[in-house]
Ligand binder design. Structure first.
Ligand code: ATP
Length: 483
C-alpha cells in the first residue's frame, strides 16, 4: 500500500526524528521539535545546501542575519501591506479556511476527474480575482462552485477578508505602536539590507550571491500536513545580484541548478516537477516552484523568483541610502555599465519541507523472505550523506574480546563519520534498529575478525554483506557518504 502521511508522522516520532512541540501539554498546532535523529538529518540537508551554494560557487558567500529587523524593512518589502492570505469562515462549523486553498482543492478535484480544462480555467479565474484584490468575487466563485465545508457539509460562507501572516511583538518594556516589531516572515530581507555591507567588505563583483539559513515565522491560517506548513520554520535562501537585463538567463540557470541539487540528494526525477505560478507575487516578474510529490500530492518545496530591483529600490526609498552598484565592465559600446540598482534572482527552499521530502522518499516498506519466513521490512533509504549515522559497529557477541575489538573500531571511525556502537541484542535485531533510522553501513565484528582483522559490511538497501579489511574501512565508506 502507498505510504500515508500518518505512517510518516508515526515513524518520525517513534524513531526520534520529529516530535510535536510541547507534547506533554498536548502540543502546539503547526509547531514541531526535531529529535536526536531528526536534527542530524536536518543538519545534513542544511550542510549539503550550504556546500552547494557557498563552497561550490566562488561568487556566493553566506551571512547570518537577525530574526528581528527594523520595522521599516517590512514596509519596504511590501509585507506590512501585502503579506496577506484571503480567509473565509464557514458560519455553521465556525471553521476557518484559506479561500484560495478551497478553490485549489476544487481545481484538483476537476483535474482528478479528468477535466483538466475546467481545472485550469478555475485557477486562472482565481488568480485574476486575487490579483485584482476582488475578495467579493473570490467569495462568489466559491459559492458558484458549490464548495462545501468538509466539517459542516454546508456552503454557508462569511465574506472573504485579508489576514496578515506576520507575527508581531513589542521591544522594550513600554507597549507603544512605535515599539512594534515583527518576527521575520522570510530570511531574504536580512540579505537585502546587508547587500552593500557584503559587497563592499568582500569586494564582490556582480554577478554574486548571498546565502542564508535561518528561522522564519508565519501565522498560517490553516496549518496542517506535518512539517510542510509550520508557523515557525527554517528557510534556506540565496539572493543572486545581477545586471538588469540578464535576469531571464540567470533565472533559467538557477532553475536547472536547483533541480539538479534535489536529484543529487536522492530525490527521484519522477517525484519532482516545475510548476509555473498562476499568480505572481507582488515582487516578481517570473516565478516557478519546484514541487515534490508528497503523500498528499505534488506541492511546492522550493521557489525560484526573479525579483527585479523591487526590494533594493524600496529599501533605497525608505532608508534614503543609495543601494547602487558601480559596474566597471564595458558594454557593447565600450563604455562602463556604471551605476545601477542590481536585479535579483532568488532561490528559496524550506528546510522543513526538504526534510519531509527526503524522509517520505526514504521511508520504505518491503516484503522479504519466502513462505513462512516472509515478513515486512521497514527502513529509511536515505542518501548516505543525509543519514543520521553513517556507520554502526556491532560485535556478533559480547564475549571473547569481540566487544572490545568492535569498540576500538568504532573509536577509530568516529572522527571521520558519525558512528554508533551497539551490542544490545541479537545481531538481526540490531540490523533492524539501524535500518529504521537509515544507517547505510553496519559493520559486524565476528570470530574471523580476531584472526585476520577483517569485518563484514552490511549494506542497508540490499542487505548484502561483504568482507573487508579493517584498514580499508575508512576509504571504503568515505567515498560513499558525500554528495
Ligand atoms: P505556500 O504557497 O506553500 O504558502 P509560499 O509560496 O508562501 O508557500 P515562499 O514565500 O516562496 O512560500 O517561501 C519559500 C519556501 O519556504 C517555500 O517553498 C517553502 O519550502 C518554505 N515555506 C514557506 N512557508 C512555510 C511554512 N509555513 N512551513 C514550512 N515551510 C514553509
Amino acid at each position: 500500500p502507498a505510504t500515508s502521511l500518518q505512517d510518516i508522522v508515526g515513524h518520525a516520532k517513534e524513531y526520534g526524528f520529529v516530535f510535536p512541540s510541547s507534547e506533554i501539554y498536548d502540543g502546539l498546532q503547526a509547531v514541531y521539535d526535531y529529535g536526536q535523529n531528526g536534527v542530524e538529518l536536518k543538519n545534513n540537508l542544511k550542510a549539503a545546501w550550504w556546500k552547494a551554494m557557498t563552497q561550490l560557487h566562488d561568487n556566493i558567500v553566506g551571512i547570518d542575519a537577525s530574526i528581528f529587523m527594523h520595522p521599516l524593512t517590512w514596509k519596504a518589502s511590501g509585507h506590512v501591506d501585502g503579506f496577506n492570505d484571503p480567509m473565509i469562515d464557514n458560519k455553521d462549523s465556525k471553521k476557518r479556511y484559506r479561500a484560495d486553498q478551497l478553490l485549489e482543492g476544487k481545481a484538483e478535484q476537476y483535474a482528478a476527474e479528468g477535466n483538466e480544462a475546467k481545472s485550469q480555467e478555475l485557477l486562472a479565474e482565481m488568480g485574476r480575482l486575487l490579483s485584482a484584490e476582488d475578495l467579493n468575487g473570490v467569495r462568489e466563485l466559491i459559492i458558484s462552485e458549490n464548495i462545501k465545508c468538509p466539517v459542516s457539509g454546508t456552503a454557508n460562507w462569511t465574506e472573504v477578508r485579508q489576514f496578515n501572516l506576520m507575527f508581531s511583538t513589542q521591544v522594550g518594556s513600554v507597549a507603544e505602536d512605535s515599539n512594534l516589531i515583527y518576527l521575520r516572515p522570510e530570511t531574504a530581507q536580512g540579505i537585502f539590507v546587508n547587500f552593500l555591507n557584503v559587497q563592499k567588505s568582500g569586494r564582490m563583483k556582480i554577478p554574486f550571491g548571498i546565502a542564508q539559513i535561518g528561522k522564519a515565522f508565519r501565522n498560517e491560517i490553516v496549518a496542517r500536513q506535518f512539517t510542510f506548513r509550520m508557523r515557525e520554520f527554517e528557510q534556506m535562501e540565496m539572493q543572486f545580484f545581477i545586471r538588469p537585463g540578464t535576469e531571464m538567463a540567470w533565472y533559467e540557470s538557477w532553475k536547472e541548478a536547483r533541480m539538479k541539487f534535489h536529484k543529487a540528494i536522492g530525490l527521484p526525477a519522477e517525484k519532482l516537477k516545475f510548476h509555473d505560478h498562476e499568480k505572481l507575487a507582488h515582487y516578481a516578474n517570473a516565478a516557478v516552484d519546484i514541487e515534490y510529490q508528497f503523500p498528499f500530492g505534488f506541492r511546492e518545496m522550493e521557489g525560484i523568483h526573479s525579483r527585479t530591483d523591487f526590494d533594493l529600490r524600496n529599501h533605497q526609498e525608505l532608508s534614503k541610502k543609495k543601494q547602487q552598484y558601480f559596474d566597471s565592465d564595458l558594454d557593447e559600446n565600450g563604455k562602463p555599465y556604471g551605476n545601477y540598482i542590481p536585479y535579483v534572482v532568488e532561490t528559496s527552499v524550506g528546510a522543513d519541507r526538504l526534510f519531509l521530502a527526503a524522509f517520505c522518499n526514504a521511508y520504505t516498506v518491503e516484503t522479504v523472505g519466502e513462505g513462512e519466513n516472509q515478513k515486512e521490512r521497514t527502513y529509511l533509504k536515505l542518501h548516505p550523506a543525509l543519514a543520521p549515522f553513517k556507520v554502526a559497529v556491532l560485535p556478533l557477541v559480547k564475549k571473547d574480546g569481540l566487544a572490545e575489538k568492535a569498540q576500538t573500531i568504532a573509536n577509530s571511525l568516529k572522527s571521520s563519520f558519525r558512528t554508533t556502537y551497539d551490542d544490545g541484542a541479537a545481531i538481526g535485531k540490531r540490523y533492524t534498529r539501524q535500518d529504521l533510522i537509515g544507517t547505510p553501513f553496519c559493520i559486524a565484528v565476528d570470530y574471523q575478525t580476531m584472526e585476520d582483522d577483517t569485518v563484514t559490511i552490511r549494506h542497508r538497501d540490499t542487505m548484502e554483506q561483504e568482507r573487508v579489511k579493517i584498514s580499508e574501512l575508512k576509504e571504503k565508506i568515505g567515498y560513499q557518504v558525500s554528495i
